[in-house]
Design a protein around this ligand. Structure first.
Ligand SMILES: Nc1nc2c(ncn2[C@@H]2O[C@H](COP(=O)(O)OP(=O)(O)O)[C@@H](O)[C@H]2O)c(=O)[nH]1
Ligand SMILES: [Mg+2]
Length: 323
């Protein structure tokens, strides 16, 4: 993934010296990957959206909302930072889907130039300890972001907390923030860029993400479902785009399937008189209009595939493959 690394054989004698400064790139310009890591629910996706100033990664109050790795690109005059939002690293590997999520987070850590480790203010749980262990083994420059400081009533408790953590690891910086209120995040791009290699940009400057519109659409629909469903059900569903058809008048017709694991779940997702699914459809359509910058027509269907989250074939078919 480090596309700015020199290709193999770049030191062969026949090859001309690579130019040290690319045309149009200011001296000292940097580019690279910054992995956002932390246990589920610490606010990684919220921070990514806050830094990009746009909603890219879905957010719900439920842990393990993010299932896929997603790259969000921040272009600054001095750097291009490719933020990698990851599913939270967690130490329990219950199902095949969870293993995929953990693998995907671990790969991001291995591929990163710099690690941004999020924790919640005044909390350092065993799961945080687990992630810190992974970071220390990865041996990358790391920045500690102490999130959700808006929830701390006694601000004087923050400093001792951060002092304690500063002794745990050789951090490049420790930054207290509130991702959801976007407070104190302005210094982060510069601190992160300092740890990136000097390199021309890796992606075109107008690109926001490495993911397709179809992918973003499935994520938005899943977010609206997760926000409306209780208990375990949000973890038993996934969304697949069945039809994606631009129309002559500039709209996009989208037909998507919500896959659940059991017939009983289908009844719940549809809701009484179809109300729940209708409300998900409405909310998703509004959000899609905004995300895609054009009007969409959205149709949702609910179908059952028994135990898809534990089936290698189903996971692959639904896009949970590789990392
Ligand atoms: N109070 C507060 N809540 C936050 C903050 N950042 C994120 N959250 C909430 O924490 C929950 C999990 O956020 P999310 O970004 O999905 O966490 P992730 O699992 O690490 O990606 C959501 O309900 C967010 O609204 C913050 O700075 N302050
Ligand atoms: Mg997330």
């Amino acid at each position: 993934m480090n596309s700015h690394d020199l290709p193999p054989g770049a030191d062969d004698e026949e090859l001309p010296e690579p130019p040290t400064v690319e045309a149009g790139v200011p001296e000292g310009y940097r580019a690279g990957f910054a992995a956002l890591v932390g246990r589920p629910n610490v606010g990684k996706s919220t921070l990514l959206n806050a830094l990009l100033g746009t909603k890219l990664s879905i957010v719900t109050p439920k842990p393990q909302t993010t299932r896929h790795r997603i790259v969000g690109l921040l272009n600054e005059p001095f750097a291009q930072i490719a933020f990698v939002d990851t599913p939270g690293l967690h130490s329990t590997h219950k199902r095949m889907l969870n293993q995929y999520m953990n693998r995907s987070a671990a790969v991001s850590l291995d591929d990163a130039d710099v690690v941004v480790f999020l924790i919640e203010a005044l909390t350092f749980a065993p799961e945080d300890e687990y992630v810190l262990g992974r970071i220390q083994r990865a041996g990358k420059p790391s920045i500690l972001v102490v999130n959700k400081v808006d929830r701390v009533a006694q601000k004087d408790r923050l400093l001792p907390f951060m002092n304690e953590l500063s002794r745990r690891h050789d951090w490049k910086a420790i930054v207290p923030v509130s991702a959801s209120k976007r407070s104190n995040i302005a210094s982060l791009p510069r601190l992160i860029a300092n740890e990136l290699p000097e390199s021309p940009p890796m992606y075109p400057p107008d690109q926001l993400t490495d993911r397709s519109e179809q992918f973003l659409a499935t994520e938005i629909i899943r977010e609206k479902l997760m926000l409306r469903l209780q208990d375990e059900l949000p973890y038993g569903l996934t969304v697949e785009i069945e039809r994606w058809q631009p129309t002559e008048d500039g709209r996009t017709e989208i037909s998507a399937v919500v896959w659940v694991e059991r017939p009983g779940q289908k009844v719940i997702v549809i809701g009484e008189a179809g109300e729940l699914l209708k409300s998900v459809g409405r909310a998703a359509r509004l959000s899609l209009n905004q995300a895609l910058g054009r009007r969409v027509h959205l149709e949702l269907w609910v179908k059952v595939k028994e135990n898809w989250a534990d089936s290698a074939n189903a996971l692959k078919a639904f896009g949970y493959e590789g990392s």
